[in-house]
Design a protein around this ligand. Structure first.
Ligand code: 5GP
Length: 197
């Protein structure tokens, strides 16, 4: 998605060879117009899958997931990373090791909002080692729902997450794919011409 690549080039900051900071439009301050385009793009890519729910992880997955939910006309559920006093009954949970925080969280969703009749699109902001997406996929499987695929805003393709998800037979659609972050520079994977048409 060219608009997103341009934004990453102009507003992203390479922290080191493995981490990209996008606090000015996705992870702290949010660019609503860009999120709108991202939502539209996810909706287009998964339009044939019969998606009934979107599942994401708090907090940075919520903005792109809500915009996709708006275009797909389906509800959005975000998994919580911390225990909540109000979210106690019948939890579907998975253990997820955070790439950026280097801590393990139990992520949870109430089973009230997912059933075996659902077809779920999983959305997240970044894909690195795949822990977050695999945890979300595990939760969806616990509910008996079907997984339509995984929508990622920024995939760091030099890390193993995308391959791990594809090995499980999951469809991964990433709107920007980064080949490397070396020398303080973002290099994108060149998309094949057919994919751009
Ligand atoms: P994974 O679980 O795939 O290893 O990492 C994905 C999660 O870690 C995302 O939900 C995201 O919050 C965070 N993350 C991973 N890599 C980056 C990065 O380069 N920059 C930022 N801002 N977050 C990242």
């Amino acid at each position: 998605m060219l608009l997103l690549e341009e934004k990453i080039k102009t507003a992203g900051r390479v922290l080191n060879d493995n981490v990209l900071k996008v606090d000015s439009f996705l992870n702290h301050q949010i660019d609503p117009k860009l999120m709108n385009e991202i939502g539209k793009e996810f909706a287009a890519r998964f339009s044939q899958e019969g998606v009934t729910k979107i599942v994401t992880l708090e907090s940075s997955g919520i903005a792109p997931a809500v915009m996709a939910g708006l275009y797909m006309n389906v509800p959005v559920i975000f998994a919580r990373k911390r225990k909540s006093l109000t979210l106690v009954d019948n939890l579907l949970s998975a253990s997820v090791h955070s790439f950026t925080k280097n801590e393990t969280n139990e992520i949870s969703i109430s089973n009230k909002y997912l059933t075996q009749d659902d077809t779920v699109l999983i959305i997240d902001d970044f894909l690195a080692n795949g822990e977050a997406a695999l945890g979300l996929a595990e939760i969806v499987r616990q509910s008996g729902a079907k997984i339509a695929g995984i929508g990622i805003v920024i995939e760091k393709s030099f890390q193993p997450g995308a391959d791990k998800l594809k090995e499980q037979g999951l469809r991964v659609e990433s709107l920007a794919r980064i080949a490397s972050l070396t020398n303080g520079e973002v290099t994108f994977i060149k998309e094949k011409v057919e994919e751009l048409i």
